[in-house]
Structures are given as structure tokens and as C-alpha cells.
Design a protein around this ligand. Structure first.
Ligand code: GLN
Length: 254
């Protein structure tokens, strides 16, 4: 996007409204470009007229509950081990925030840990936060490739998946989307991701938010409505480059 377009797109004047975004374990849980989600969220929030304050939550740090949006990304086994202890401590606070409608987006490794448990290949059962009524079983075969899914509310969600964990739902858990191309939660039931209250979980890297602005806007909308009681979107954002990228991504083979 050129500088000129950016200026035209931005909401003027800024209404001095601000959203606090927390990233869970950025040094550990941010696989395959998931840090792009923070960049997209900050950029898009600005275009809608909101400043952002970023809180990077590290293992052992005090958990600051004054937060408007929470992001978490993917990570491998050693990363997961490094954060598990802290996650069990902050889990009840995350749950309370989820119950009060705080929007969150967790990808892959963190998505798995927002469920009830993760069963490793050696049979260890790692307790999750339990925001999603899901469980994940690790599997020798990795599910890797481009993925296209369809959400009733958010349209096509496009990304890239790379996981060995297979996620299953208990009865009543809602999916984020249906798989059109790719594997999704477990490669069998065509579900992808999960949604509980305003918490979104997904296997989509890519990163997901730059590629799927409707989801980005939804997180901002939910946060703004919760904090300020209203959200008036900037409807002059130029999404033509993103649309081009999305069209190209849909033509890529698995
Ligand atoms: N290690 C987990 C899995 O493969 C998570 C991978 C990820 O977060 N990218 O299922």
C-alpha cells in the first residue's frame, strides 16, 4: 500500500480511543509468521481510528487483566513445555476474560492448549485452559499445506497449516469454519478451528489476520463494542492488494 493510500484510508481525526492487545508468549509461541497477526491488528485498528498498546506476556510475568484483545500463536514441543507452567497459572484469568466477552485469537499450538488437554505421542496428558471443549491427540503424521475454509460469518478464511496434533470436539463445541481444501482440525470431520464466546481458535498460519481482514475487523469490532459500547468501521479501507493475494492463494495447490 502506498503512503498516499494509507493517509486517505486512515480515519481522521483520531478519536483518541485505544485498545490494549496482549500477546501470549511471543518469544516461544509464534510459529510460521504468527507475529504478523499483531502487525495486522495494529495496522487495521489504526485505520479504524484506534491506537493500540501492546503487552507482551512472558512466562512468570504478572498477568495484567486490563486487556482488550489477546493473541497467541503456534509453537513446537520445547516451546510448549516452556509456557505450560505459566499457562496453568493464568488459565483461570484467561477463562474469566473469555466469559466476559474479551476477544481472543489463538493459533495452532496455543489453540490446542486452549482446549481441555493435549495428549502427546508418549502418552502424557497436558492439561489445557479449557476455554474450548476440545482435546488434541498428537499423531505421527503431520498435516501440512495450504488450507481454505468457509465460515458462515466471516466468509472464506485462507491460510497454511502445519500440525501433527489432531483436535476433536466434545458435543456442543462450535467450529470456526468448514474445510473446503486441506485438513483442518483432524483431517476427518471437515471442521476447522473453534469458537467459544468471542474466542477464536484456528490452525491457520499465513499469518491468518493479514490474509483475512474480516476476521481482523471482527476482533477489533468485538473489542471496541465491549470497551466503548460502539464500533463505527472505516469503510474506505483499500483492500485491493489483500483481495489480489486472496485470489492468488485460492489458486495454489495443496
Ligand atoms: N506442535 C504442534 C503440532 O504440530 C503445534 C504446531 C504449531 O503450533 N505450528 O500439532
Amino acid at each position: 500500500m502506498t503512503k498516499q493510500v494509507k493517509t486517505l484510508d486512515k480515519k481522521q481525526p483520531s478519536r483518541n480511543k485505544s485498545l490494549t492487545v496482549m500477546v501470549l508468549y511471543p518469544a516461544r509461541m509464534s510459529a510460521y509468521g504468527d507475529q504478523g497477526n499483531l502487525l495486522a491488528l495494529k495496522h487495521r485498528a489504526k485505520l479504524h481510528g484506534y491506537d493500540t498498546k501492546v503487552v507482551l506476556h512472558k512466562p512468570g510475568a504478572k498477568f495484567d487483566e486490563k486487556v482488550d484483545i489477546i493473541l497467541g500463536g503456534g509453537g513446537q514441543e520445547s516451546d510448549r513445555s516452556a509456557v505450560l507452567d505459566d499457562l496453568s497459572k493464568i488459565g483461570p484469568k484467561l477463562k474469566k476474560l473469555a466469559d466476559s466477552g474479551t476477544p481472543m485469537l489463538v493459533i495452532c499450538g496455543m489453540y490446542q492448549l486452549f482446549g481441555n488437554y493435549f495428549l502427546t505421542q508418549s502418552g502424557d496428558k497436558l492439561t489445557g485452559v479449557g476455554i474450548f471443549d476440545t482435546y488434541t491427540e498428537d499423531n505421527p503424521k503431520r498435516l501440512i499445506g495450504n488450507i481454505i475454509t468457509k465460515s458462515d460469518k466471516l466468509g472464506l478464511l485462507i491460510g497454511y497449516e502445519n500440525h501433527s496434533g489432531l483436535t476433536y470436539f466434545n458435543q456442543g463445541q462450535a467450529a470456526l469454519a468448514r474445510v473446503k481444501k486441506g485438513a483442518g482440525n483432524n483431517g476427518r470431520d471437515r471442521t476447522e478451528g473453534a469458537r467459544t464466546s468471542n474466542v477464536f481458535g484456528s490452525y491457520l498460519h499465513g499469518s491468518i489476520l493479514p490474509m483475512n481482514p474480516r476476521l481482523t475487523d471482527e476482533l477489533i469490532r468485538l473489542a471496541a463494542v465491549k470497551k466503548y459500547g460502539e464500533f463505527s468501521p472505516n469503510d474506505r479501507i483499500d483492500d485491493s492488494l489483500t483481495e489480489k493475494a486472496r485470489r492468488a492463494a485460492q489458486k495454489r495447490s495443496r
